[in-house]
Ligand binder design. Structure first.
Ligand code: ADP
Ligand code: TRP
Length: 338
């Protein structure tokens, strides 16, 4: 199928820490699959990251690191437009315009904003306006689909509301994007506490397996991962949350069904199961790590890919903005392309 007829999918990830297998299974692996079917725009949302205080020395490195990891995980710059959000000021221009259509009440209701402020994050205008910038990220590429986790549903809903508002005021311009919710079982839980999701902001690094954790680290973390009482290896999140989580990880990393794994380990103990799970993780992650190391040694190459992709992204973003500016009556700037 030519890219012309393909639907468009857009998503972003904030460069706020080490990526773990929860991010991989919940997001990146699906992005890699999506690039076959959709015309995909994936970006590193550095402007969203700074809505919470970031260490300036770390931010740029993490941005580059995440780009390298995405490429190592299989995003192909021939198929996916992979870029850095702050390289595209058009997103900010559209965000301002969409902001003029966004009632304050709508933003005050956003659960993510309320939760962050309750957690003690500094409340600021950027954090408050976060969903409007996200709507601009999505609409500027005229997205059909937005692959995100459940926590982002409310934000995509705002993007849909803004499409309706814009179109009814200025004429048919945008289309309403739909959410591509992550697959079932995509919620990977912490290794040290299976009642909470695996997270890079967890108190202990034993909570997660980082995509670039060393083999020893992977084996050690799996060895000390909490298990449940009893000794059966079976999938039952209610009575066996820890083992069910490990089964999900094994299944999705090795592409073996949970039922097959249950059969395979029917007569085995936790230690044998864990040792094989560590093998499966090492086998799945080592090719990614090898590629990542090559890319990390050659930052110029990653920067070149980001630059080439942003040229492609800009063509689409500029065309959308041209249309939007005309629709709302902003005087055409003849100098813009001079
Ligand atoms: P974190 O929650 O670790 O800060 P982000 O919010 O940056 O991660 O999420 C990046 C992507 O990874 C999102 O699409 C999110 O839904 C997904 N993701 C994060 N943690 C998990 C997890 N434990 N299981 C599945 N998907 C996850
Ligand atoms: N807010 C998203 C998250 O925290 C990241 C993001 C920014 C995004 N802009 C986006 C996701 C546009 C999808 C589309 O995960």
């Amino acid at each position: 199928m030519s890219t012309k007829n393909k639907q468009v999918a857009v998503s972003g990830v904030r460069p706020t820490g080490d990526l773990h297998i929860g991010n991989y299974l919940g997001a990146i692996k699906q992005f890699v699959e999506l690039q076959e079917k959709y015309k995909t725009y994936f970006f590193i949302a550095d402007l969203h990251a700074i809505t919470e205080p970031q260490d300036p020395e770390k931010l740029a490195n993490q941005t580059l690191d995440i780009a390298a990891l995405y490429l190592a995980c299989g995003l192909d710059p021939q198929k996916t437009t992979l870029f850095v959000q702050s390289h595209m000021p058009e997103h900010l221009e559209l965000a301002h315009i969409l902001g003029t259509l966004t009632p304050m009440g709508e933003l005050s209701r956003m659960t993510q904003y309320k939760e962050k402020v309750e957690e003690g994050k500094p409340s600021n205008f950027g954090l408050f306006a976060y969903p409007v910038l996200m709507a601009a990220d999505i609409l500027i590429y005229r997205a059909d689909a937005v692959p995100v986790g459940e926590d982002q549903l409310q934000h995509v809903e705002l993007a849909r509301t803004l499409v309706r508002k814009f179109n009814s005021r200025f004429g048919e311009t945008f289309k309403e994007p739909k959410t591509l919710l992550q697959k079932e079982g995509a919620r990977i839980m912490g290794l040290d506490d299976p009642s909470k999701k695996m997270s890079k902001s967890a108190a202990s690094a034993n909570n997660y397996i980082g995509i670039i954790d060393s083999e020893e680290e992977i084996r050690r973390k799996i060895k000390i991962a909490v298990t449940d009482s009893g000794k059966e290896i079976k999938f039952d999140p209610k009575t066996k949350p820890a083992i069910s989580n490990l089964l999900t990880i094994y299944s999705r990393m090795a592409d073996i069904s949970v039922q097959e794994l249950e059969k395979k380990y029917a007569d085995k103990n936790y230690a044998e199961f864990k040792s094989d799970l560590a093998d499966a993780l090492v086998a799945a992650l080592s090719p990614i790590q090898k590629k990542y190391k090559e890319l990390a040694q050659n930052h110029e190459n990653v920067l070149r890919i980001l630059k080439e992709c942003s040229v492609r992204a800009r063509e689409v973003a500029e065309a959308t903005m041209k249309d939007v500016r005309a629709k709302i009556g902003l005087l055409e700037n003849a100098q813009r392309f001079a």
